[in-house]
Design a protein around this ligand. Structure first.
Ligand code: FE2
Ligand code: FE2
Length: 283
């Protein structure tokens, strides 16, 4: 497998470092520079991605591809702003078929919409060229997307109880966020893995990636894990299971939440790093 050199920088996260003008929001976005071009992984909720990129001197007009980890608004809300500043007429946007599903939470009458806040046609008018794919795929030499992740562990799947999808025709089904996917980069230091929210579960995601790639040396895992919303059992069991992976840098972000981040820090002092806007790693 060809390896890739580059850098990942967080543009949107819930946390900002002290004494900086960077701004935080509940969302995630990462700027990925490689010798094969630059990518944007998620776009945050909308208020921070372009602003923070300017401060961090990450040129969003040079990106070749945009990847959406899933349809939630805190990962897709910045899409129009990013599309508007592109110099090329169109830009490829990679996503799972369910990215546009009508996702909502709560009982009828009190539902809150949590999906992508824009119509596909509107985004296409702004230059998005959607590449819709369900499965594991290569998007550039050495750069892959997991697509849908099989749910295998018994302890992951928290925070799914009141999530629904309204299908065309009005049928309503439980939403297990099938569109959730992560990015995998083959580097000479091991795998660089970028998570959106890891709604499939961080362990299911790592299991699937190590199985698909045949590589068990993981250089870095960064991104949302949703563990903070998923209950005590999932947190404890995920920490236990994470111990069996050969990870050099563990950077739980965004929807991991401060309490779970603190627990993970305690369990992985030697490999843990605090996530924040502007956090960056070379690979
Ligand atoms: Fe999220
Ligand atoms: Fe999410």
């Amino acid at each position: 497998m060809k390896t890739v050199k580059g850098r990942v920088t967080i543009l949107t996260d819930n946390v900002v470092p002290g004494r900086s003008e960077l701004i935080g929001e509940h969302g995630f976005s990462a700027y990925i520079e490689t010798g094969k071009g630059n990518f944007l992984f998620d776009t945050g909720r909308g208020k921070t991605v372009v602003y923070n990129a300017l401060l961090l001197k990450k040129d969003l007009t040079t990106i070749n591809k945009i990847v959406l980890s899933h349809g939630h608004h805190d990962h897709t809300g910045g899409l129009p702003d990013v599309l508007r500043i592109q110099l090329k007429k169109t830009i490829d946007v990679y996503a799972h078929p369910y990215v546009f599903a009508y996702k909502y939470r709560g009982k009828k009458g009190k539902e809150t919409y949590g999906g992508i806040p824009f119509a596909r046609g509107y985004l296409e008018k702004l230059g998005a060229r959607f590449i819709i794919e369900e499965g594991y795929q290569q998007i550039e030499d050495g750069v892959f997307l997991t697509g849908e992740v099989p749910r295998e562990t018994s302890f992951e799947g928290g925070d799914m109880d009141d999530r629904f999808v309204k299908l065309d025709g009005g049928r309503i089904i439980p939403d297990i966020i099938q569109d959730d996917q992560s990015m995998v980069i083959h580097t000479r230091k091991g795998l660089m893995i970028v998570l959106g929210c890891a709604h499939a579960g961080i362990i299911n995601t790592l299991k699937y990636i190590t199985q698909k790639t045949g590589v068990d040396r993981i250089y870095c895992v960064v991104g949302g894990t949703h563990i903070g919303f998923s209950g005590e059992v999932q947190l404890t069991e995920s920490i236990k299971a994470l111990k069996s992976y050969n990870i050099q840098h563990l950077v739980p972000s965004h929807c991991t939440g401060p309490a779970a981040i603190t627990r993970i820090k305690g369990a992985f002092e030697d490999i843990f790093q605090f996530s924040h806007v502007g956090w960056s790693i070379e690979f």
